[in-house]
Write a protein that binds this ligand. Sequence first.
Ligand SMILES: [Zn+2]
Length: 410
Amino acid sequence: MSFLFTNARIVDGREPERGAPVEVLVEGEVIREVAPKISAPSAEVIDLKGRTLMPGLIDAHVHTIACLADLGANAKLPDSLVAVRAMKLMGEMVMRGFTTVRDVGGADHGLKVAAAESALPAPRLVISGKALSQTGGHCDFRGPYDDRETIRTGFRLGALGRVADGVPEMRRAAREEIKAGAQFIKIMANGGVASPTDPIHFLGFSREELLAVVEEARNAGTYVSAHLYTDEGIRRAVECGVHSLEHCNLIQSETAKFAATQGAIAVPTLVTYDKLSSEGAAMGFPAGSVAKIDSVRLAGMESISIMRDAGLPMAYGSDLLGEMHRHQSEEFVIRGRVMPAHEVIASATAVAARLLRMEGKIGTVAAGAFADLIVVDGDPLADLSLLTRQGAHMPLIMQGGTVLKHTSLN
Ligand SMILES: [Zn+2]
């Protein structure tokens, strides 16, 4: 099947203005050609009449299995229920225009295969498997009086992570995740909001453990992503070779500059703190966690400016839980308050593609890339909110050359 988009004005985050009208030829699952005029007599012509054509969006921080806001309870759900709910959450993501998502804790290789082969729409999935946490860290949901032995094998699909302590366990856990299909390793290297016994300022893991897990990831040709908030935690992680810096709400200028020189990429997730603050309690987020939100939420906006000024690239992240997933696209609008719109869009196209190591394949409208494309009514460079509202302003969504949504383009 081939399609020829005509009168398409490309927005991919590289330029502050929409491109001049071009034609884009899709053959099979890839983009074959982008040019002012293309001859393709057998292709189905879709005249966009000057509408915006964008590469499918990329969200670099999701938890596809987080169907409940209470992550401790989520980890106890049966796998069958979690799998079906995760497919539903993923279907909703792709209908918001996110044709690729990076799962940073929870999804396993089975879910990735299911998403790829299912007739139900789902994003391309890049996975870390289970995130690694120390005892009492961000994936240890046992409360202070719960001294049951932590599970070391046979993790439920609904669990975001697993507990590992000490260098040998760290290495083994990383190797097990990679063997099971993890494409990078996720670790919890700071305290967290959603977990019961780790204040934000706690550093997760010793330096030796961090160095060991970075070595294991590099041995497998990949990288480590770390959950991080504090300036001290971020600096230590970057010194140990961590590449993907999640959240970073409390980062300071010197550390941001240092991270930039090390080639790291940050993944802020401001929307989740915004929504946890306004909706979390009603959605079942535990009271002890609600009390922690403002310690990271309030510094969030400033962190975006700090990282931008330091030249630290930022990929798009949302990190939403349970029913709050519906706010996934609002991160665009939040960042748009302190950054130019094209840079915000680049976070979900070029920067995220680089982080996922899929440059040239996703996040671009170019020959050889997957035909992951969204059509937008209006100019998102002038109004980022066109990317919100569950795809309401996206009359067409295509993934790998397959049309997932196509409403009238009159
Ligand atoms: Zn997360």
